[in-house]
Design a protein around this ligand. Structure first.
Ligand code: SF4
Ligand code: SF4
Length: 364
């Protein structure tokens, strides 16, 4: 690792000035949600540490994680790929192919044994001895296990690698299996989403390079800095949820007024991701801002939980009052969202009670 040039050295070779380098560090600190003084820590790490060797593998997936990654605004994916990390192998981004490409894997193990990051996009199918995904003449799962066993840590990019995603949908004929169930002897950092937000992906790598450790993970193995909150907690439509103001149809007055999309199936209340804070495409927008509810793509089994627009079952409101979705104005709730459902129900009931007190109609 000592012979590897540092990120800063590479930048200087590219003609990047120190002023621009420091600006880059400030932006990176901000994108990681760190205080401005951490820009100095990041600068020091990037000036002194060798680039991080990364091997990026692809199993069963659609490549949307790569598509997302190369659109990162802060830090720029081009900066990360070309300077911050040494992306030694990536089937979809590298020029090498065939035997030449596979040799890179052997060379990486030889040069960086125990010191490279294995980034996995997609998952291995285990049925029929892994025959549903063959790479270089062998089941992908063999390549995955071998490269993981020599790595420092594994990043599971996206919902395919983290949870299985649609290729693992019931009845899962290929037995598509998330990475952490195949790689059990290395730390696995899950970065779910379909795809994950670009800046979340580059942020995870930047953090690992800067602090030379894994980011703090939640109980499911996701970096807390990006997955520590539900979308619902920071959603700009939240005030409408609390006021019991819901969109009932995609073309109704509530939709035009930007009311809460909970009744249209929004899974924001049970989904942990950074969409409502970082947004997408360089902070341009996110699904809820565009008028569509969250599908919950960063959560386990989101693909097998019924219709994305499903109105749900009866609601149990704390205090022993049992109401049905019909009675509270067809408020929807998922089985996994009982607390939220109760909140929504109580919000709606409170509003109905207020209306009744004022002699208004409660038929909503
Ligand atoms: S339910 Fe969805 S639209 Fe409504 S406040 Fe929560 S995240 Fe926003
Ligand atoms: S809004 Fe929901 S479904 Fe859309 S990307 Fe974010 S977590 Fe996934």
């Amino acid at each position: 690792m000592g012979t590897q040039p540092t990120f800063y050295e590479i930048l200087r070779q590219q003609g990047i000035t120190r002023r621009r380098f420091l600006k880059f560090c400030s932006l990176t600190a901000a994108s990681l949600g760190l205080a401005p003084e951490f820009a100095g820590t990041i600068a020091h790490a990037l000036e002194t540490k060798p680039r991080l060797p990364v091997i990026w593998l692809h199993g069963l997936e659609c490549t949307c994680c790569t598509e997302s990654f190369i659109r990162s605004g802060h830090p720029l994916a081009s900066d990360v790929i070309l300077s911050m990390i040494s992306l030694d192998y990536d089937d979809t981004l590298m020029a090498a192919a065939g035997y030449q490409a596979e040799e890179i894997l052997d060379q990486t193990i030889e040069k960086h044994d125990g010191n490279y990051i294995l980034a996995c996009e997609g998952n291995p199918p285990l049925n029929e001895d892994g025959m549903y995904c063959i790479q270089a003449g062998k089941p992908y799962v063999e390549k995955l296990r071998r490269m993981a066993s020599h790595s420092k840590a594994v990043i599971a990019w996206g919902t395919c690698a983290s949870w299985g995603c649609v290729q693992a949908a019931r009845p899962n004929p290929t037995r598509a299996t998330p990475i952490h169930k195949v790689v059990t002897d290395k730390p696995v950092i899950k970065v779910p989403g379909c795809p994950p937000i670009a800046e979340v992906m580059t942020g995870v790598i930047t953090y690992m390079l800067t602090f030379d450790r894994l980011p703090e993970l939640d109980r499911l193995g996701r970096p807390k800095m990006f997955y520590g909150r539900r979308l619902h907690d920071k959603c700009y439509r939240r005030a409408h949820f609390d006021a019991g103001q819901f969109v009932e149809r995609f073309d109704d007055e509530g939709a035009r007024k930007g009311y809460c999309l909970y009744k249209m199936g929004c899974k924001g209340p049970t989904t942990h991701n950074a969409c409502s804070t970082m947004e997408w495409n360089g902070g341009l927008s996110w699904p809820v801002r565009s008028g569509h509810g969250c599908l919950g793509c960063a959560e386990e089994d989101f693909w097998d939980r019924g219709s994305f627009y499903n109105p749900t079952t009866d609601l149990n409101v704390p205090g022993g009052v049992e109401v049905t979705a019909e009675q509270v104005g067809k408020v929807v709730a998922g089985a996994a969202a009982v607390g939220v459902a109760a909140h929504a129900a109580v919000s709606t009931i409170s509003r109905l009670v207020r209306k009744d007190d004022k002699g208004g109609s409660s038929d909503e």
